[in-house]
Design a protein around this ligand. Structure first.
Ligand code: SF4
Length: 274
């Protein structure tokens, strides 16, 4: 059964134990979508593109870990890691909303894009400093600790975040769009180690017919950029604590899975009973 609750009557909650850049970005993009997904935890079927992105991410993680450990990182081994992840993630986190014939096309697209990365000049060549690096640190200016998991930290100490994309990204827009996440990673690395990264890198794996691998490097943030990002993240913390959740119609609605729930606002579906 689904009940209804008026969010305006919800009491303010306590400070969260920590905040991640992805949670802050999600809140700032649409606070109501954040509420449905991360507060009420309303689960929706996984979209094919999200599923493929997770399986590709797992294959790249296997490659980077093999580089780090000095174990077999051959294309055949990494392709097998992709195939395993494609099946396992569907079982563990599915169901996936496939259209007819879409699953096989998606699997083949994943294999192509992983192979394109391994074959590209941007594939990691040396032993990395870290893979899937989990960091939680107190950052001055933030009410709660900042947390994050960095896909890769290269041998020269550059954080790299991998993105799956359907189309070639615009370089300037991509760096601007992902500024919050990249600068958050810089803040975490600096707080944890005292070292400054030389750059903040995105690597896009573009799932076009002929896959493309595109690296977009930004210079490390100066004081002004860091301050801007800290204020953005802290705005999200304040909004979450004060229970400010409302529709923010815009481009985000195009891929939103909570449109029906959104139309019912300010009456909202409650978490389903277990
Ligand atoms: S449909 Fe748009 S406004 Fe409504 S919750 Fe989703 S993203 Fe927010």
């Amino acid at each position: 059964m689904i009940g209804l609750v008026d969010p305006h009557h919800a009491p303010p909650s306590r400070l969260p134990a920590y905040i991640s850049a992805s949670a802050a970005k999600s809140y700032l993009a649409c606070s109501l979508r954040f509420f449905f997904g991360r507060v009420l935890e309303i689960r929706k079927p996984t979209t094919p593109s999200l599923h493929l992105g997770k399986a590709v991410h797992a294959a790249l993680q296997a490659f980077h870990l093999a580089r780090w450990r000095g174990t077999d990182d051959s294309p055949a081994v990494i392709a097998a890691a992709f195939e395993d992840s494609f099946v396992r993630i569907e079982l563990e986190e599915g169901p996936v909303r496939w259209k007819e014939g879409e699953r096989e096309k998606s699997r083949l697209a994943g294999l192509r894009v992983v192979a394109a990365y391994l074959d590209s000049p941007d594939a990691l060549k040396s032993k990395p400093r870290g893979v899937e690096v989990s960091i939680t640190e107190t950052i001055p200016g933030l009410q709660v600790p900042l947390t994050g998991v960095l896909d890769l930290v290269t041998d020269v100490f550059a954080p790299v975040d991998f993105k799956s994309a359907a189309a070639k990204p615009d370089k300037r827009h991509a760096a601007f769009d992902h500024e919050l996440q990249l600068v958050a990673y810089q803040l975490l690395l600096e707080a944890a180690t005292g070292e400054d990264p030389p750059s903040l890198d995105l690597i896009f794996l573009v799932k076009t017919k002929i896959p493309q691998v595109i690296r977009i490097s930004s210079p490390p943030a100066d004081h002004r950029r860091k301050d801007r990002v800290i204020r953005m993240i802290d705005t999200a913390v304040t909004g979450i604590v004060e229970g400010r959740f409302h529709p923010q119609p815009g481009m985000t609605c195009l891929g939103c899975q909570y449109r029906n729930e959104c139309k019912a606002w300010p009456a909202l579906p409650k978490r389903r009973a277990p």
